[in-house]
Design a protein around this ligand. Sequence first.
Ligand code: F6R
Length: 236
Amino acid sequence: MGKIRWIQVNAPEEGATYVYELVKEKLENDELRVIGLATGGTMEPVYEAWVQSPLDFSNTIAFNLDEYVGLDPSSPNSYAYFMNEHLFQHKTFLKTYIPNGLADDEDEECERYERLLNEHPLDIQLLGVGENGHIAFNEPGTSQDSLTHVASLTPSTLEVNGQYFENREKMPTTAYTMGIRSILNAKQLILLAFGERKRAAIEKLAEGVIDPNWPITHLLAHPNVIVISDLVEPKR
Ligand code: F6R
């Protein structure tokens, strides 16, 4: 099992600076051809720092972790919209990929996405974590061998993410997500977690035992993981 590098920071902005330096160095050394991105509040300061900087992603391909099934990229709740708002309209990438929420055939869309990931192995994957320990939309119980698939969102995720939907009735209950294996295939994983709401998940990870009820713990199966957090590394 790999050893996690824990980076203790005081605030999300400090975490964003750490990611910025790391990404800058990799770009300068031409070691960042493909980057995996995430959405959500945790990532906002990270993208903000990139947007305000001279970082050049024009030779980098970006993949996003997930997208709601049934949402159009022009829907403000879609992850395509989030990425455009926070990053893609400000920074040019060689190519950006995100699952197509409107695909006719869900199975085909999952296969297409996984194929693209295989063609372009991820140098880095950025991750946030849900309160229930989910990574991407891999909810508790998801197999470590899972590839890109359609996940049913748990009541906890529907509750937490539902706050962003004006009309909760219209919130999709399923989403495309890279699987845990698709994520573990990346060369390096960088997980960010800030605030008390994430404490239970971070403590589970720090226990150092893979527990399928806490998807975050599958990171323990990866040889190169950095966790950036304001939560004190719990004693082991
Ligand atoms: C989003 C994603 C999710 C989020 C997680 C945390 O692409 O993959 O797993 O990273 O739900 O969300 P925030 O950052 O809003 O707390």
